[in-house]
Design a protein around this ligand. Structure first.
Ligand code: AFP
Length: 335
């Protein structure tokens, strides 16, 4: 590590210094999240060597079969965070109700919501997975109920994700732009490597699960048909397609070279307006994407403006390069 390198801890402390009311609680919370993610990174890296791959014999609250690592990573997050005194409560993709802070520990002024291992169906094939988190403020001293978590994405004070890929990376926003940090595995520190990330406004790359095509609504069908028509169609240029089936990997790609990601509303099951979860997938990604100059929408509404109705609510999700997402929104308005 050279003297020039800025660690995540230094970066956060320097950012917090500018805030008159900063007490160090937020820095501690973030530090604990990062410690958990380093532990997760280690487990994911070791994979089959330590017997953590494969499915557990259980389902999560969404009725999805849990991977062993879904359970392990959830426990790592909870244990890294519950003692710190910085949290009033937590919510996880893997647990139905809010997770309470054990009685022996003090309660603090933040709430954290997380998906401990997003894209976990990729884990057995050694593809990129990640942890996504969203931090909200909490009234101090209360025992937060579900209702206390159900706040619009605009109220997030911080959002981030850690990507366990060829490198382990943390992407973070506190509402002052987006920065990327790479884990130096030898030193055990996240180092600032991607300053002030900005998404190109235009793009010719889209990501969507094409196997759902027959269920799409007309505006999405129109957008994708026009991309696929390439030079011969109304867009007059060729498009490329990617689908990793891991939101963290798709968002990271878009942050670096632009593009759009769609998991749109579809007509398969009227009880499910989308696949992805608002509070610990769509909201944190929307905060990051908007801070990097992109847009994030359901097609009809801005994600960050949605009033949540449950912790595990699903929403349609369309995000990425500004001009492409604006086009998709316009197609929804014309529908
Ligand atoms: P898993 O965590 O079950 O692998 O789901 C991943 C995910 O929530 C998101 O990361 C992907 O973008 C999306 O689902 C992939 O969905 P499909 O499997 O329908 O392509």
């Amino acid at each position: 590590m050279s003297n020039q390198q800025v660690t995540l801890t230094q970066f956060i402390i320097e950012q917090q210094r500018g805030l008159p009311d900063a007490s160090g609680t937020f820095t501690l919370l973030l530090n604990n999240i990062v410690t958990a993610c380093k532990q997760i990174s280690h487990r994911v890296n070791c994979g089959a060597l330590i017997g953590v791959l494969g499915s557990a014999e259980s389902e999560n609250v969404q009725g999805e079969v849990q991977k062993k690592l879904d359970i392990i990573t959830n426990d790592i997050m909870v244990k890294a965070l519950d003692w710190s005194g910085s949290l009033g409560g937590m919510a996880s993709e893997e647990i139905n109700d809010p997770i309470k802070i054990p009685k022996q520990y003090p309660k603090g002024k933040y709430l954290v919501l997380f998906d401990p291992l997003d894209g976990s169906s990729n884990i057995d094939i050694n593809m990129t997975v990640g942890t996504i988190f969203s931090i909200l403020r909490c009234r101090e001293g209360i025992e937060p109920e579900t209702e206390d978590f159900l706040r619009r994405g605009t109220e997030q004070v911080c959002a981030g994700f850690v990507l366990y890929g060829p490198s382990t990376m943390l992407v973070l926003t506190t509402g002052n732009g987006v920065n990327g940090f790479t884990l130096d595995q030898d030193v055990g520190e996240f180092i600032l490597t991607h300053c002030n990330m900005k998404i190109p406004e235009d793009s010719s790359e889209f990501a969507i699960n094409m196997s759902n095509q027959r269920f799409w609504e007309p505006p999405v069908k129109r957008y994708i048909d026009e991309c696929v028509a390439g030079e011969d169609g109304p867009r007059g240029k060729n498009f490329n397609m990617r689908w990793v089936a891991s939101l963290v990997a798709e968002v990271y790609r878009i942050l670096n070279r632009g593009g759009v990601f769609l998991y749109p509303h579809d007509l398969r099951d009227p009880s499910k307006p989308g696949k992805l979860r608002l509070m610990y997938e769509a909201n944190p990604m929307a905060f990051i994407i908007e801070q990097a100059g992109g847009l994030c929408s359901t097609g009809r509404e801005r994600i960050l403006d949605l009033k949540p109705n449950s912790i595990h609510q699903r929403v349609p999700l369309i995000l990425g390069s500004k001009n492409e997402v604006e086009r998709i929104i316009a197609y929804h308005q014309q529908d």
